[in-house]
Design a protein around this ligand. Structure first.
Ligand SMILES: [Fe+2]
Ligand SMILES: [Fe+2]
Length: 190
């Protein structure tokens, strides 16, 4: 059993926490789409959508960098067989990130147009929200589906390797890089 790191710099804990936060925002976006279809969208919903867009624009790219810059290169360096199934998984993760980054840009644009159509007072009528609402719902569903399987693979097949293949000091270094990437102090005693 590997020695525990303080939670604030434990890479496994923080990577999984980012996934939970992302899935929460994606659920909120899908729910927002449903409420807007039902004509029950109000200003409160625009705040929820805006928070999710902010997370997708700022936090998700940092999370992708945690994986692409701090985790995957170190895992690759430990691989004995570059043709292995595990090596293929790492490549697949990077391809997903590139595809998702493109989808984020499209989704952000349509979601901003949709939010701009929601009135400051009262409820938004569905007819006033099209065609953006249809595209928004389709893309939110697509993002959720891709992320759900992406996260499943990372948490089931990749992250458990952290405790197995890395030493305590390697995991600490990864955790410190993740903290520094966010401009947070890294003075936790370990
Ligand atoms: Fe990822
Ligand atoms: Fe991830």
């Amino acid at each position: 059993m590997s020695q525990a790191l303080p939670p604030e710099i434990d890479p496994h804990l923080n990577l999984v926490a980012a996934h939970r936060e992302l899935l929460k925002h994606l659920h909120n976006l899908i729910r927002a789409g449903r409420l807007l279809v039902l004509g029950r969208g109000d200003l409160g919903l625009t705040l929820q959508i805006s928070r999710a867009l902010r997370f997708l624009a700022l936090d998700v790219p940092l999370h992708a960098r945690d994986e692409e810059e701090s985790l995957l290169p170190r895992l690759r360096a430990k691989l004995k067989d570059p043709q292995s199934h595990f090596s293929y998984l790492l490549e697949h993760i990077e391809k997903d990130h590139a595809e998702l980054a493109g989808l984020h840009v499209q989704f952000d644009a349509v979601a901003r147009k949709l939010v701009a159509r929601i009135p400051f007072e009262g409820l938004a009528a569905r007819k006033d929200l099209e065609p953006e609402l249809k595209v928004f719902r389709g893309q939110a569903g697509e993002l959720f589906n891709i992320y759900a399987s992406h996260i499943l693979v990372e948490e089931r097949d990749v992250f458990p390797a952290l405790a197995v293949v890395f030493t305590h000091s390697e995991r600490e270094q990864i955790g410190r890089e993740m903290t520094q990437r966010r401009g947070l102090p890294v003075n936790a005693a370990v």
